[in-house]
Design a protein around this ligand. Structure first.
Ligand SMILES: Cc1cc2nc3c(=O)[nH]c(=O)nc-3n(C[C@H](O)[C@H](O)[C@H](O)COP(=O)(O)OP(=O)(O)OC[C@H]3O[C@@H](n4cnc5c(N)ncnc54)[C@H](O)[C@@H]3O)c2cc1C
Length: 347
């Protein structure tokens, strides 16, 4: 063993980081506040660069078995007119393979399987970490992978680093049929998205200024093109998930602190979901951090953390900034002007 690490949070970022550290020979434990790993969540888009990172973490094969390609997605008006293509074909041409979609529970399973293969990574459930200082005192390395409301981030940067609302409510769900129509429909101040996720099902998401009930949500999409009304009518609102869109603003000055703490994923750079990069950036963080640590060993930890910060911070914060701007663009009340601008973009 080369050092001891504790990972706070067993989401995508935490599990991927634990795998990378364990592969580098570290002794790793994971603390998760949930009492069980909940099997809910809809689909994540995984960009080819994040697929490469999963390959380097030896999870690529399991992940690909459970993922589906994302192609043929369009941006539409509420009446159903196609305004533009989402740039998926461009991504596929550039990287030689498609963006893939995977349901969150499947990705978590693939990561857990790889951790199980190592056999000795304790995952302690029901551990709601608040005392970060004692973790710092007891380990060579502490990873804050505890999501948007990160206690580890608060211990490093104080309550001023808490996430802020962007004034939009998102609802997500899975329909038990294949819509055959994919992409996003942008209205005035609200939008609706549909993607494949697995055979026989459709992943959907909706964003509106405010809706506390399912009926209020449906009201925003009355008269929109099919299959949006069908999706809302035929899925059970009891399994829809509602959350307030938030992001980290201002961005953090560094992803490392206290000489031995590193933040990954939403803990470091929570962003609006518009670019669909939340899981990708968490995976890229985990791979970059654990590669830097593996290359330098426990004696080179300070240099490894510096290398991680310099490889990932600007890049992840640029994605977060782009996602926030896209959110403004998609949610604007000036829909006609926006749609004219989109038509001028290269397909
Ligand atoms: C149950 C769940 C379902 C989700 N579903 C979707 C979805 O359908 N679509 C989507 O786009 N995004 C979803 N997300 C968010 C998405 O997973 C993240 O934005 C992205 O994957 C980045 O992952 P992360 O590991 O940084 O953070 P997260 O996935 O949020 O993981 C953070 C983990 O840390 C744990 N944690 C938090 N605080 C503490 C603490 N103090 N002590 C110990 N553990 C702590 C949390 O319980 C969680 O398991 C979901 C997140 C969760 C937790």
């Amino acid at each position: 063993m080369t050092g001891t690490a504790v990972v706070v949070g067993a989401g995508v970022g935490g599990l991927a980081t634990a795998i990378g550290l364990r592969r580098a020979g570290w002794s790793v434990s994971i603390l998760e506040r949930r009492t069980e790993l909940e099997r809910y969540g809809t689909a994540f888009g995984i960009h080819p660069t994040a697929q490469d990172a999963l390959d380097r973490l030896a999870v690529g094969e399991d992940f690909r078995r459970l993922a589906v390609p994302y192609r043929g997605a369009r941006i539409r008006t509420p009446g159903g007119r196609v305004v533009a293509n989402l740039p998926l074909e461009r991504i596929e041409r550039k990287f030689g393979r498609p963006e893939l979609l995977i349901s969150r529970p499947y990705l978590i399973d693939a990561l857990l399987e790889q951790l199980d293969a190592f056999g000795n990574v304790p995952l302690e459930l029901g551990e709601n970490v608040s005392d970060v200082e004692s973790l710092v005192a007891g380990h060579d390395l502490v990873i804050g992978a505890d999501g948007i409301g990160s206690a580890v981030r608060a211990a490093c940067f104080g309550v001023r680093s808490a996430p802020r609302r962007v004034g939009t409510v998102a609802w997500i769900g899975i329909a038990d049929f294949e819509s055959g129509v994919y992409g996003e429909t942008w209205g005035k101040g609200q939008f609706f998205g549909m993607t494949p996720v697995e055979p026989g099902r459709t992943n959907w998401y909706a964003a509106v200024p405010e809706a506390t009930t399912a009926a209020q949500l449906c009201g925003y999409f009355e008269g929109w093109h099919e299959p949006i009304p069908r999706i809302l009518a035929e899925t059970d609102p009891a399994i829809w998930i509602r959350y307030e869109m938030r992001h980290l603003f201002p961005a953090l000055p560094t992803f490392v602190c206290k000489g031995k703490v590193a933040l990954v994923g939403d803990a470091a750079h929570a962003m609006t979901p518009n670019l669909g990069q939340g899981a990708c950036t968490a995976i890229l963080d985990a791979e970059a951090l654990t590669r830097a640590v593996a290359e330098r060993g426990p004696n080179g930890l300070t240099a490894a953390l510096r290398a991680y910060d310099s490889e990932r911070r600007r890049s992840a914060q640029r994605v977060a900034f782009g996602s926030r701007n896209l959110h403004r663009f998609m949610s604007t009340e000036h829909a006609r002007l926006r749609n004219s601008m989109i038509r001028l973009l290269p397909s």
